[in-house]
Write a protein that binds this ligand. Structure first.
Ligand SMILES: [Zn+2]
Ligand SMILES: [Zn+2]
Ligand SMILES: [Zn+2]
Ligand SMILES: [Zn+2]
Length: 292
């Protein structure tokens, strides 16, 4: 394979698409995140200064084509993401519009929206309108009342959130604290993996189970704690579409999308905790500094 093709294949292999509750954009594969370190003259491993690489999702422009409204009709006038501007361009979620990748030790995509800043109304797919029972004319969506989405309450619309709340911070945390946080992430991921969302009558139970996981893990991961209530409110609004055909399936998919967003956040954190743990362990194994 020619070098350039190999490079492209490598770069592409670092991405995948998360069907977040705000339609989808590419995200970095969490298991492959890296963070450079340097070894000083005493043999201690330190984090290298973060060299903000050009964001691969938007090629550094901070903007991408909107994926929310790409299948809307030409007459659509509302989109919660691009607002139907002529270029149909919107903010890149991977870099939150900065054009540069954020330091993964300090910032991570929001567990609610993965950088979208909103939770999409899945009753109307974000268009804010529906043709009910084969009607000729549009009516406002009963769930979002025409807005197409709700501002994400887990990040307050900021797109990126903070990592695990450790003292000292994750990048300087002790082996013990990092191991504890890793165990919390593992447990939460296990609970999420065990849950296959359903809609309709059983949705309540699934939503409760998810909120419980968010709350428990939220002791270490505050963004998850902040997701519980907005997620419940969100599902309450989506329930306004429960008279429509396919609503149970839609409900199940909406819960699954939030679950996937939270899983992405946790996998990102798991990986960074792993890297921080490796570094802390290497430094803990160093002979103690000679006393002066
Ligand atoms: Zn970007
Ligand atoms: Zn759009
Ligand atoms: Zn709607
Ligand atoms: Zn968010």
């Amino acid at each position: 394979m020619p070098a350039i093709a190999r490079l492209i294949a490598f770069v592409l292999s670092l991405w995948f698409v998360v069907a977040a509750a705000g339609a989808q954009q590419k995200v970095l594969i969490p298991e492959r995140l890296e963070r450079a370190t340097v070894t000083d003259d005493k043999g201690a491993t330190n984090w290298a200064e973060w060299k903000a690489d050009k964001c691969p999702n938007c090629s550094g422009t901070g903007k991408v084509k909107c994926t929310v409204c790409e299948r809307f009709g030409d007459d659509a006038d509302k989109c919660p993401d691009c607002k139907r501007v002529e270029s149909r361009e919107t903010v890149c979620r991977m870099c939150a519009g900065t054009g540069e990748l954020p330091d993964p030790l300090l910032k991570v995509g929001c567990p609610g929206c993965v950088g979208a800043a909103f939770l999409l109304c899945t009753v109307c797919a974000g268009g804010g309108r529906l043709k009910i029972n084969g009607a000729k004319n549009w009516s406002a969506c009963p769930a979002c009342r025409g807005d197409g989405a709700w501002k994400c309450g887990a990040c307050a619309g900021k797109r990126l959130v903070e990592p695990a709340a450790l003292k000292p911070a994750m990048k300087d945390a002790s082996v013990k604290d990092l191991a504890k946080a890793q165990a919390v992430a593992d447990q939460a991921l296990k609970e999420l993996a065990a849950l296959t969302p359903t809609g309709g009558q059983k949705a309540r139970k699934d939503i409760k189970a998810l909120v419980k996981t968010f709350d428990t893990a939220g002791g270490v991961f505050p963004p998850l704690k902040r997701l519980g209530k907005p997620f419940e409110d969100y599902m309450g609004k989506i329930a306004a579409g429960s008279n429509f055909q396919g609503s149970e399936e839609n409900e199940a998919e909406t819960i699954a999308a939030v679950k996937q967003s939270a899983e992405y956040y946790l996998k990102h954190q798991k990986r960074m905790l792993e890297l921080a743990h490796k570094r802390a362990e290497a430094n803990a194994a160093l002979p103690p500094e000679p006393k002066k």
